[in-house]
Ligand binder design. Structure first.
Ligand SMILES: C[S@@+](CC[C@H](N)C(=O)[O-])C[C@H]1O[C@@H](n2cnc3c(N)ncnc32)[C@H](O)[C@@H]1O
Length: 453
């Protein structure tokens, strides 16, 4: 039997006794798993494979837990400051369970459309069933009530960088400067738009779905908060979800008609679909069998075909070299924080250095599979130079049989602003995307195109 919200409740008490309590207990528990145990939120907040407590909640409560957690992470700095302003004395050290209960309450009071009284009462009730927090019930009540009274002043973001974990801010200030790091931090506070890559006719799909067609062909629907599977064109396989920036690296190959193409870190297959539609005879490779299963399902829905191989790239020995290779390498994903605000709390600088070494190794493996004269695009969704520009600089310094093949503005209509002086692609979340207002924003991406001499 799956553990329900009662799994977090002591004997003799049922979370079901109090509507909404189960959702708050699960939210506090999962916030702890993310912040203290550095577990990825995606894995926990999955209706099928997620945390048992989350899976056991009603669909509506699952939506609430998701909203609470994403908001609590997005505004973690602001919430910390607001709570500090309402506390008479600092929280006791090691009172992590108490802190999560307060953050769950504060996220609702400051940023979500939940009656303040319910948020306060349920935080007090959540403390009542947690042996470590019981004795703080009175304090929680007083602090959250004060927060509710003063929320108009306390919820504004005091400094652009206050919601960005310090380690990440340091990593971004160095390459981008303080002003751009601040702009990135502010962009992280708004959820990303829903972007679709379409098999054909972006203008018609934009009109049909009520979105806009970007110059790159992406259809942007702005904020969307429902199951994408219900949208026209999903069941018929006319489009797939893909951020506008994530769709750019595969475009750097242009027409692939008649070419042997390898997508070497392929799953779940957004870029594989693009390579097939560009005319390539595509081999999609990935080390992860579960993710490859998703790639196959995605291609089947889109009625697209590729050869699929599940293996470690290091062990792959194809019959012949490839004319074009995409290496969309695993990375820290700091470019996707608008969608995944947990990344700032589950990753750190040491992990970035580790991933940079993995990327360098995978790039070496990809290079041995490319035919002379062939092109290789290296990409990933990190904002960090160590995982992007530095990997390519080190590779080119060592491999004199490869040169950079700079991308020109004409190749990426509407995205000239994202090209570096060396001809690489570099997007960051504060960039315009659709050009203006809330429709703006892009995931952070890096891509470099190389040519084998
Ligand atoms: C960023 S994801 C790829 C996303 C994909 N290109 C897309 O657009 O849908 C990176 C992928 O690299 C795969 N991977 C990591 N290490 C690998 C290795 N040594 N060999 C092959 N694939 C690997 C992971 O399983 C993961 O699916």
């Amino acid at each position: 039997m799956a553990a329900g919200p009662d799994a977090f409740v002591p004997d003799g008490y049922s979370a079901g006794d109090r509507p909404g309590l189960g959702a708050r207990l699960v939210a506090a528990k999962l916030l702890s798993a993310i912040v203290d145990a550095r577990t990825s939120a995606d894995g926990l907040l999955d209706a099928k494979g997620g945390h048992p407590g989350f899976r056991a909640l009603e669909r509506r409560d699952q939506g609430l837990v998701k909203a609470i957690i994403l908001t609590a992470l997005r505004f973690r700095g602001t919430i910390d400051r607001a709570l500090d302003a309402c506390l008479d004395r600092p929280l006791p050290p090691n009172a992590s369970a108490l802190k999560h209960i307060l953050h769950v309450g504060a996220a609702q009071i400051l940023f979500l459309d939940v009656p303040d009284s319910a948020a306060v009462d349920l935080a007090v009730a959540a403390a009542g069933v947690d042996s470590r927090s019981q004795r703080f019930s009175g304090m929680i009540n007083a602090v959250l009530r004060r927060l509710s009274r003063e929320k108009e002043t306390l919820r504004s973001v005091a400094a652009p960088g206050e919601n960005m974990p310090e380690w990440l801010r340091r990593r971004l200030v160095a390459p981008y400067g303080a002003a751009r790091a601040d702009a990135i931090a502010l962009a992280h506070l708004s959820p990303a738009s829903l972007d679709l890559s379409v098999k054909g006719d972006p203008a018609a799909w934009a009109e049909r779905l009520g979105g806009v067609a970007l110059a790159s062909g992406t259809v942007r629907l702005g904020s969307f908060d429902g199951p994408v599977t219900d949208l026209p064109g999903f069941a018929t396989g006319d489009w797939w979800v893909q951020d506008a920036a994530a769709a750019l690296p595969a475009k750097l190959f242009g027409d692939l008609s008649g070419k042997r193409v390898a997508d070497l870190c392929a799953a779940p297959g957004g870029k594989t679909a693009q390579l097939i539609l560009a005319g390539g005879k595509v081999t999609a490779l990935d080390i992860n069998a579960n993710r490859m299963k998703r790639l196959k399902e995605n291609l089947a829905r889109l009625s697209l075909e590729a050869e699929t191989v599940v293996t470690d790239l290091a062990a792959y020995e194809p019959d012949a070299p490839f004319d074009a290779i995409l290496l969309d390498a695993p990375c820290s994903s700091t470019g996707t924080i608008r969608r995944h605000p947990d990344v700032g709390y589950t990753k750190d600088a040491a992990e970035i250095d580790k991933l940079a070494a993995v990327q360098a190794r995978l790039l070496g493996e990809a290079a041995r599979l490319l035919a002379p004269g062939g092109r290789l695009v290296f990409s990933n969704c990190s904002l960090d130079r160590a995982e992007g520009e530095d990997v390519i600089a080190a590779f080119l310094a060592e491999r004199t049989d490869f040169v950079r093949d700079p991308v020109s503005a004409e190749e990426l209509p509407g995205f000239a602003f994202a090209l570096t002086s060396e001809g690489d692609l570099r997007t960051t979340p504060e960039m315009p995307g659709a050009g203006e207002g809330p429709e703006g924003g892009l995931d952070g991406f890096y891509a470099a195109r190389l040519k084998r001499l």
